[in-house]
Design a protein around this ligand. Structure first.
Ligand SMILES: Cc1cc2nc3c(=O)[nH]c(=O)nc-3n(C[C@H](O)[C@H](O)[C@H](O)COP(=O)(O)OP(=O)(O)OC[C@H]3O[C@@H](n4cnc5c(N)ncnc54)[C@H](O)[C@@H]3O)c2cc1C
Length: 491
């Protein structure tokens, strides 16, 4: 009889692992806290509108294609390549920058502020490419058995990159560009790792290569949740079982093995192997009661920012609004240095707006738009009181209306707001940290919570807070790395 694998959590990491394992002939059963799959990559359907709740685009599409090849199935959703990648507007400036992948076309927009932008960008991207080429397969797409194995593998990385471990993303960008516009726009991608360019290592400037050169960014036809619909449908075809509204709160063990996980309703799920897609640090602390991951220890780890997100459906079309839009203030350095820790920085928030209905008309009733706003905010370690959420949301809507020249307030048909408390509560994200553990040197590679358990031989982990880190392509790579470990253990 084939062995049974219980997967706790049906986020992208869990689903991708499940598909790989079911294609290897194992029985797969999911135990998910919420009433639908997807985790942070989720969907709200309300009042005739459809919204993606978290991710709105992704890089490294080749990771998805490689993954589907490994599963032996056709990609069950359709990518749409973005060009421009996104648009950026600074407050007090009528100009909107469109981030084209064609560097010549991109450079034309910087003519007035940085006339030699093209040459500088080419030089900057050359370095980003070297970083990507020299680290991706060694540091990102790799398992590490222990610190020694990690150190040995790191020796394979060209030492020319070592200084970038001690430099910040922003300082690296600053050494290439002189205008505040170019510096802010090029270092914006560091925010995608859940921190700021001021506390993210310069090594991550490899992301600039992935966005402009290597592969760019992609959307999914019909909305991002179609990634989840596609994976769930493939899993169901392969016989996987889904249990929803079933939060795992305890485990039962026998010697060096887990025998069962128990959900909050008292239902037990037995299996041969257990894969945890819940946060790899929090689960060890809250469910396994490991001292190394106690609440006090978790508090001392470095977590990513929180997100204030809101989803509004409005009457009327906003034809001039692009698909992905960043609305920044005019004090990037001051804001970036404070936003993580100081709630007051929110007085003039920076925010992102996704207009999903622009190219996906089914996401809104006719003549209407589905808008999804994301505002990076301090997580609950630094801002506990969210009684001002409506004021912050209203100030963003007012600012947005001024900047696009249309007052959308009277046209709002539906509104849903998620503060970091909602993110924490819905998906078990420690202190509402949106992307899980941050990517500082002491929390990456073998130093991140491992994807195999320290005590139980049949317990493994997948997702943002274990290897390799946050983001959709990383969740898929995480699934491949965890599956590699599980398959080895099952042989
Ligand atoms: C606002 C926001 C915007 C983002 N934008 C982007 C983007 O544009 N592009 C991008 O690439 N990435 C983006 N990300 C990051 C991306 O969403 C995550 O890195 C990725 O979805 C994480 O997947 P995962 O499988 O690790 O975890 P999750 O999606 O968190 O899945 C974990 C699952 O486990 C379940 N669970 C937790 N605890 C238990 C338990 N005890 N018992 C049972 N089930 C449990 C949860 O309910 C959840 O379904 C964004 C994230 C946020 C919050």
């Amino acid at each position: 009889m084939s062995k049974k694998i219980i997967i706790v959590g049906a986020g992208l990491g869990g689903l991708a692992s499940g598909l790989l394992l079911s294609k290897q002939g194992y029985k797969v059963e999911f135990v998910e806290k919420n009433n639908q799959a997807g985790g942070r990559l989720n969907q709200i359907k309300k009042d005739g509108f459809t919204f993606d709740t978290g991710p709105s685009f992704f890089s490294m599409s080749f990771v998805f294609k490689d993954f589907m090849d490994k599963c032996g199935v056709e990609l069950p959703f359709k990518f749409v390549e973005l060009d421009p990648l996104y648009s950026v507007n600074f407050s007090g400036d009528d100009k909107t920058y469109h981030l084209y992948k064609d560097i010549k076309k991109l450079s034309e927009q910087f003519m007035d502020v940085e006339p030699d932008f093209e040459e500088k960008m080419e030089k900057y991207l050359k370095k980003s490419k070297r970083l990507f080429d020299d680290t991706f397969d060694i540091v990102i797409r790799n398992n590490f058995d222990n610190n020694f194995d990690y150190a040995k593998k790191l020796m394979g990385v060209n030492p020319v990159h070592v200084p970038q471990l001690f430099n910040t993303f922003f300082n690296h960008v600053k050494s290439h560009f002189s205008s505040k516009e170019a510096r802010s726009i090029i270092s914006l991608v560091a925010f995608f790792l859940g921190r700021t360019p001021f506390d993210t290592m310069a090594i991550y400037s490899l992301l600039s290569h992935t966005e402009f050169r290597h592969d760019g960014y992609y959307n999914v036809e019909g909305g991002m949740y179609n990634i989840i619909n596609g994976l769930v449908s493939e899993l169901e075809k392969a016989g996987a079982v889904f249990n929803y509204d079933s939060e795992v709160i305890k485990v039962e063990k026998e010697g060096e093995k887990i025998t069962k996980v128990i959900d909050k309703n008292g239902k037990a799920y037995d299996g041969d192997v257990f894969l945890i897609n819940s946060d790899a640090a929090l689960f060890r602390g809250e469910v396994l009661h490991r001292e190394k991951f106690s609440e006090a220890k978790l508090e001392k780890m470095q977590w990513t920012m929180g997100y204030l997100t809101f989803y509004i459906g409005i009457k009327g079309k906003l034809d001039k609004l692009n698909l992905h839009n960043y609305f920044l203030g005019s004090n990037f350095e001051e804001y970036g240095k404070n936003v993580m820790h100081k709630p007051d920085a929110l007085e003039k928030p920076y925010y992102y707006v996704n207009n999903v209905s622009k190219y996906n008309p089914d996401c809104a009733p006719e003549g209407c738009e589905s808008l999804f706003f994301v505002c990076p905010v301090p997580n609950l370690q630094y801002k506990k009181d969210w009684s001002d959420k409506d004021d912050i949301v209203n100030s963003i809507i007012k600012d947005f209306s001024q900047r696009i020249g249309v007052d959308i307030t009277p046209n709002i048909i539906t509104k849903t707001i998620y503060t970091p408390y909602d993110w924490e509560e819905q998906f078990n994200l420690f202190r509402g940290s949106g992307l899980g553990l941050s990517h500082q040197f002491t929390q990456i590679g073998a130093l991140r919570p491992k994807n195999f358990d320290e005590e139980f031989k049949n317990l493994f982990y997948v997702g943002a807070s274990t290897l390799p880190g946050a983001g959709l392509p990383m969740a898929v790579i995480s699934a491949e790395l965890a599956t590699e470990r599980i398959l080895k253990a099952l042989i």
